[in-house]
Design a protein around this ligand. Structure first.
Ligand SMILES: *Cc1c(COP(=O)(O)O)cnc(C)c1O
Length: 351
């Protein structure tokens, strides 16, 4: 069946093991992030077998599924718990990342009712401007959190290079580490997690001579795509081809390179402009915006993606030969992988 996402479990497992070992050499525990594979149970089990002890996901439904499928890991909820899902959060997640006192207090109440203690890592804003408490407010937050009986404060974390594209560098890691030291000293705490970021921290970690207090990273993209996430450079020793999207040819014809007639908006609401390259062999694949983020695809053959609509991908075949019904593979970047994983139209073939 196509479109089909071919997933190599053994390549993912290899990447996870290599990264686990590499980070362990630096005293860093790696949390494997499963959100891009929608908390897939088979993949989650492979990560655990590769040495990952904690899995993180942004959705509590994914954590619930993994837990019910007996994946033997601790579970971290990455996105702040929603007020409307706190019971499930306390029930299924062992730890969560948090940035709102209102929510932390509500978690504590629910946890007390369920006779549990939920662990929390407080997220600190260091400039990327997604989630996190401003550094000057961290002290006040901790003071309040320590009064609560249903939650245990177990660490500080930050997330960079996600929204604002701010580089996790020595200064940022030092700031988080110093904050940790201040909080530990003032409140006589020992914080188990100083969680410095995600796949984007790779370059910093492998080039720095001072890790400060960072002892934890939450990594998804590097495990699945084999690259760091600042310049998307491959990491030595990792597979970059654990995923392949396969699509099928439904038309192949010689046609002009420029639309002709009275030009108006297309289905995307844009007016497209094409350079006149004369006639070309135009191939249509049964693949579109309903299946994947087309901009994140790279064909495995030497062809050029011209564009797409919801169900058609149009390609300039250049020198390649295509048969109707034939299949071709594409590499995916992180956002294309995410879209293919969530699309119900894409078959997931786990090998
Ligand atoms: C998605 C996410 C990660 C993992 O990011 P990668 O770039 O896939 O390594 C880590 N932390 C948080 C808070 C996230 O949302």
């Amino acid at each position: 069946m196509t479109p089909r996402l071919e997933i190599s479990i053994s390549k993912i497992a290899h990447n996870a093991k290599v990264l686990c070992d590499l980070y362990a050499l630096k005293g860093i525990e790696l949390i494997g992030i499963t959100k891009v594979v929608c908390g897939n149970v088979l993949i989650a089990k492979a990560l655990v077998e590769s040495g990952i002890k904690t899995l993180g996901d942004s959705r509590i439904v994914n954590i619930e599924r993994m837990k019910k499928a007996n994946v033997k890991a601790e579970f971290l909820l990455l996105r702040s718990p929603l007020i409307s899902e706190l019971k499930d959060v306390v029930y299924y997640a062992d730890i969560s990342l948090n940035s709102e006192l209102f929510i932390i207090k509500a978690i504590s109440k629910v946890a007390e009712k369920l006779k549990r203690v939920h662990r929390i890592i407080l997220m600190v804003e260091l400039g990327d401007l997604r989630e996190g408490v401003m550094p000057k407010d961290v002290d006040d937050y901790v003071k309040e959190i320590l009064k609560l009986k249903g939650v245990k404060m177990v660490g500080l974390g930050t997330n960079l290079a996600c929204f604002g594209g701010v580089r996790p560098d020595n200064d940022k890691m030092k700031e988080l580490s110093e904050l940790t030291a201040q909080i530990e000293k003032k409140y006589k705490l020992e914080l188990k997690y100083v969680s410095g970021g995600n796949s984007a921290n790779y370059n910093w970690l492998t080039s720095t001579d001072s890790q400060h207090r960072i002892n934890n990273l939450r990594v998804g993209e590097s495990i699945f795509l084999g690259c760091e996430s600042i310049d998307r450079e491959p990491i030595a020793g990792l597979f970059t081809d654990a995923f392949k999207l396969v699509a099928e040819v439904i038309e192949s014809k010689k046609k002009p390179s420029v639309p002709y007639g009275d030009i108006c908006q297309n289905s995307e609401g844009t007016t497209v402009v094409f350079e006149n390259l004369g006639e070309m062999q135009r191939v249509i694949f049964a693949l579109g915006h309903q299946d994947v983020k087309v901009a994140g695809l790279t064909p495995l053959l030497d062809v050029e993606i011209i564009g797409a609509s919801s169900d058609h991908l149009i390609v300039n075949a250049q020198e390649e030969i295509f048969n109707i019904g034939g299949e071709t593979g594409f590499r995916l970047n992180y956002s294309a992988l995410l879209a293919a994983m969530v699309s119900p139209y894409v078959e997931k073939q786990i090998n």
